[in-house]
Write a protein that binds this ligand. Structure first.
Ligand SMILES: [Zn+2]
Length: 182
């Protein structure tokens, strides 16, 4: 079973609370609790995100939670244990925008990489889908404070850097999606 920790290195065993030892592995030193026979692995967080395209516009959500409140991003979130990335992307899309989609209708665009410093990184499966393959009406919910359809021109001119949280997919890749999916 794998649990992913975010933030500072753990000092104590999450199971028994004793101080952790260190074990050398092929990938470097890893915190270990001998009593519990548990080694903690330092893995990336895995995200899944979806760009919904309709004609010349792409649907983004305004973040309403976590450290980037007010920034605009594709709908998405962390992949839960037991989920395929496309299933997570579909779940998050519906939670945040109200649009339902079949996971198999999502097209993989690229694999994003986010480095937060301090050894914390995320990887992101980025998907795209045309609006016609989705069902329901757009209504922001969950971690999304708002939704908005953006044209190519608005993405270039109306999205200041401090409100742009498109680094998971990348602005250039998102503009390519507008060409390919619409
Ligand atoms: Zn322990």
């Amino acid at each position: 079973m794998v649990w992913v920790l975010h933030g500072a290195d753990p000092e104590f065993c999450p199971r028994c609370g004793d101080a952790l030892d260190v074990r050398e592995t092929d990938e470097g030193p890893r915190p270990r609790c001998e009593d519990c026979d548990v080694t903690l692995y330092h893995n990336a967080g895995v995200m899944a995100r979806t760009a919904v395209v309709d004609a010349d516009r792409v649907l983004l959500i305004e973040r309403g939670a976590a450290g980037d409140v007010g920034a605009w991003a594709t709908a998405g979130g962390y992949v839960e244990a037991g989920e395929r990335p496309s299933e997570a992307a579909a779940r998050e899309l519906e939670e945040e925008t109200g649009l339902a989609v079949a996971p198999d209708d999502l097209t993989l665009v690229n694999d994003g990489f986010l480095d937060f410093g301090g050894g914390e990184t995320d990887v992101a499966f980025n998907y795209a889908v045309h609006r016609s393959k989705t069902a329901g009406s757009v209504d922001a919910a969950s971690d999304a404070a708002d939704t908005r359809w953006w044209t190519r021109e608005e993405l270039r001119t109306d999205l200041p850097d401090d409100k742009n949280n498109l680094r998971a997919i990348g602005l250039d890749a998102l503009l390519d999606v507008l060409d390919d999916v619409s």
